[in-house]
Design a binder for this molecule. Structure first.
Ligand code: AMP
Length: 472
């Protein structure tokens, strides 16, 4: 398919989103949002969804996929009018991270301007009470992260049997974060005749399998080749020992050309350490990772988005989904555990046709990770600088007594998804730590009327294997 925005036949005179079947107030709001020409993913994905088809889309954030799934849902909900039942949602959009969920809701609100469509967010890390209150009368579109949503459904605060539209955004990231079983359970609880859309930036086997199980005869749409980095991004590697990286980074950041920089760290402790070191070196930086409260995360993102700080330090939690325009540089302070994450990290720059620069700092111990990255992007990263022959910088004696977190700060291993570590003595990896009790009182007794059995997996909260979630 092409990005053409006109169609033949009885809609020959229509162009843009109108030609894709978007009409009335929705079309007006779409234009009001500055969306006049559909992006290729929208041209491909909107018409089949309008016809009721399931979609399996390979697309990254930045492609315009949010409007590609939101416009058909909005169009149908508007056409059907208000038909909500208490504690239900008509459409459910699942996102792997809270930031992405917030971003999706923002886009939907803009697109739904003027239409009476209600939206709600169900996210971990913030008050559950307000979320329960918001969904109590029923909502049109619910955007949620799988963990908290599972809790609400399990406790009877949300019923999914009326949910006729289901979107799974960033499927591969859900997989990385260990949400896949939650996702399957959630999908099973929705209406059997629902319409389903699955978007994923990459196509690991597990996602292909998930698609087979959840999608009915889907139309496949694709806008970027799998696992290749955008062409507008100039990439390079700087060889530096771990002890040299702080100085290398500070020297780089002194360059005024680094206007808006996101620095990725593999771990939460690493991100905090980099932020602290930057502050000591005279740079103001915001930090975002899974141990920060939702409010702190949103504030860091807003400050960065608005330009009041030019440096954002982040774990891979921000590597996908976050769309901040005008990021000039991405710096990988270290290499990610999964080579795929590299593609997502550097994709924060070079957006909307703008140029971007991505620099990776590589310690010799990270060479094998670098090779994996080069395999996945199918090219060798040019060497920008090599500091390996230089001596390590001398640390400020005042900082000497501080504990140096090794790059491999594995004490996250026992972390729960929300980043807090459980207390008690029996917190050995993989062992039960909280006894066999279900995660909530009255399991199985408080099943809402009309709801399907919703079997929880308590492992999910209490030490199930969640590698990426723990790292972020
Ligand atoms: P997404 O991939 O959905 O996160 O979208 C990436 C960016 O593209 C967002 O900033 C959107 O506001 C913008 N966008 C999406 N569709 C269009 C369009 N048709 N025209 C202009 N901008 C768009």
């Amino acid at each position: 398919m092409t990005g053409s925005n006109t169609v033949t036949g009885n809609t020959a005179e229509l162009t843009g989103f109108a030609a894709l079947g978007i009409t009335g107030a929705l079309l007006k709001a779409t234009h009001g949002a500055g969306f006049t020409e559909p992006k290729p993913i929208q041209t491909q994905a909107i018409p089949p969804q309008m016809e009721g088809r399931d979609i399996f889309g390979i697309a990254q954030t930045g492609s315009g996929k949010t409007a590609a799934f939101a416009l058909p849902i909005l169009s149908k909900i508007i056409a059907l009018g208000t038909k909500r039942r208490a504690k239900t949602t008509r459409a459910l959009i699942l996102a792997p991270t809270r930031e992405l969920a917030v971003q999706i809701e923002d886009t939907i609100k803009i697109l739904a301007k003027g239409a009476h469509v209600s939206t709600a967010l169900v996210l971990g890390g913030v008050s559950r009470f307000n979320q329960v209150k918001k969904v109590a009368p029923g909502v049109d579109i619910l955007i949620a992260t799988p963990g908290r949503l599972t809790d609400l459904v399990r406790e009877g605060d949300l019923i999914l049997s009326d949910t006729k539209w289901l979107v799974l955004d960033e499927g591969d990231r859900m997989l990385d974060m260990g949400f896949i079983n939650d996702v399957k359970r959630i999908a099973k609880a929705t209406a059997p005749d629902r319409q389903t859309v699955l978007f994923s930036a990459t196509m690991p086997n597990e996602i292909a399998e998930l698609a087979k199980g959840l999608l009915k005869n889907p139309i496949r749409v694709e806008v970027a080749p799998q696992s290749t980095a955008a062409a507008e991004i100039v990439q390079g590697v700087v060889f530096a020992r771990t002890k040299q990286k702080r100085q290398v980074l500070s020297t780089m950041l002194a360059d005024a050309a680094m206007k808006s920089v996101i620095i990725f760290s593999r771990t939460k402790h690493g991100a905090d350490r980099v932020t602290k070191d930057l502050e000591r070196d005279g740079f103001k930086a915001a930090v975002i990772h899974g141990n920060k409260s939702q409010n702190a995360r949103q504030k860091a993102l807003n400050d960065f988005r608005e330009g009041s700080v030019r440096i954002l330090v982040a774990t891979d939690i921000a590597a996908r989904g976050i769309d901040v325009p005008g990021i000039s540089h991405v710096v990988n302070f270290d290499l990610p555990d999964e080579a795929e994450s590299y593609v997502h990290r550097i994709g924060r720059t070079g957006r909307n046709g703008m140029e971007g620069i991505a620099i990776t700092l590589c310690d010799p111990s990270e060479n094998s990770k670098l090779r994996q990255v080069e395999r996945i992007i199918r090219s060798k990263l040019p060497i920008v600088a090599d500091h390996l022959g230089s001596p390590d910088p001398v640390r400020n004696p005042a900082e000497k007594n501080e504990r140096f977190e090794p790059a491999n700060d594995r004490n996250d291993r026992n972390g729960r998804r929300d980043g807090r570590r459980p207390g008690g003595q029996n917190n050995g990896f993989g062992k039960k730590r909280f006894g066999d009790k279900p995660a909530f009182a009255g399991a199985g007794e408080r099943k809402p009327e009309g709801a399907k059995p919703f079997k929880g997996n308590n492992k999910r909260r209490f030490g199930g294997k969640r590698p990426a979630a723990r790292a972020a």
